[in-house]
Design a protein around this ligand. Sequence first.
Ligand code: TAP
Length: 477
Amino acid sequence: MRHQLFIDGRFVDAESGETLATLNPHDNTPIAQVALAGKADVDKAVAAAKRAFPKWSRMAAADRGRILLKLADLIEANGEELARLESLDTGHPIRDSRRLDVPRTAGCFRYFGGMADKFQGETIPVEEGFLNYTLREPVGIVGQVVPWNFPLMFTSWKMAPALAAGNCIVMKPAEITPLTSLRIAELMTEAGVPPGVVNMLPGLGSVAGQYIAEHPEIAKIAFTGSTATGRRIVQASAGNLKKVQLELGGKGPNIVFEDANLQAAVNGSAWAIFHNQGQACIAGSRLMLHEKIADAFLEQFIPLAKSIRLGNPLDENTEMGPLTSAQHRDRVLSYVEVAQGQGGEVLAGGRSPGGDLAQGCYVEPTVVRAKSYLDRVAQEEVFGPFVTVLTFKSDEEAMQIANGTDYGLGSGLWTNNLQRAHKVARDLHAGMVWINSYKRVNPGSPFGGVGQSGYGREMGFDAMREYTQVKSVWVNV
Ligand code: TAP
């Protein structure tokens, strides 16, 4: 298990010698002592990236692509190890790590490996006597800060387009979940990524993360995490006017209209909130039910929520694991009191399970009915297995509630009315809309938010635009 910093193609201790234990959220026992990067380590990583940049950025795009394709193969070949490591460090049920996180990680590197030599500039018809064309050039050294909820998958979402476009990377994984990112760094070397192109620095957000955001030689920062930290990053990056890409929080409205296929909506809504213990920015955390079907829906949904099997993430039968840290479990549970304080009713869960799971960071699947869409549990991101139920009477009221937060990331609706489906999709203030489904992602489809959910897009051609800048060349012919 790798536990040092990865700088210039080698695993090294932090300059300060500092380390921090990463814990197993199943029972809060230490898994490994991991090096903690400080400012001096960030400087070393930036210097290594600067040395590597000229060669990497001018390498034939197809050759960079081939390296990413090889990396995708290596991720698949080492899939079981990566899945177990991810489950151990984060609490993801092993069945999800195997079935979703690992294949999606390999798929993302493969997609952008294929993209590397297909992303191109244009020739533009300008005035007579001139040829004008554009070059898509890499931004330079990019800082990437990833959170703890999907560390393996988000490593690929951030790295794959950046590398395909020819950038060099200084990445900071979350201090509590660094293990799979470090293993990916090791596999990079095996795939043929030259030293210095990728540097992986586990460390504290307030120290290493903040310094990456401030660093004068880092040209761009891409961040996924909370809106509060996103704001700090914008401020810190102003010094050298970094290009900033932010994927922040969400409070996804999941709207069930009265004409929906109820069974499909019940199952999809459980997936929308309880997958990964609800620790997803795109979680469907506001369950909005038309009042005509609300009771019938909850009659099925609540027993389903209660039936979800909690357990050790490494057990094949586990459907829901622990939250990723004890601190986060306590934060999620604190929202039960917040809900009750505003007259909310707990319909299921609302506590940690006892028995064998008492030592871990577990929270039972929790369903809370709020009195108003303005209540805190209907406005603030809880980021746990905690869904807030709201009811509505009309399409107009549904839209008012759905668009009634500062966020605008994932959203979904369930209906059999084609016209309504497209109209609502048009009117939702959101970066992504799922119709009669929820939480679909694909490396080809743009992912990101509006409003306080951030700006910029991951995935697809949009991600390549984020990691390149356009140069316009005029030729006097
Ligand atoms: P954040 O503070 O946003 O942490 C996300 C990442 O940013 C981590 O790698 C963190 O490092 C780093 N970071 C923290 N302060 C930083 C700074 N000043 N400069 C640069 N990087 C910094 O999230 P959190 O405190 O872990 O979680 C709080 C809430 O954020 C959650 O309850 C949830 O609502 C939201 N959240 C959203 C997402 C997504 S996907 N949108 C992901 C995680 C959390 P360290 O953690 O290592 O210190």
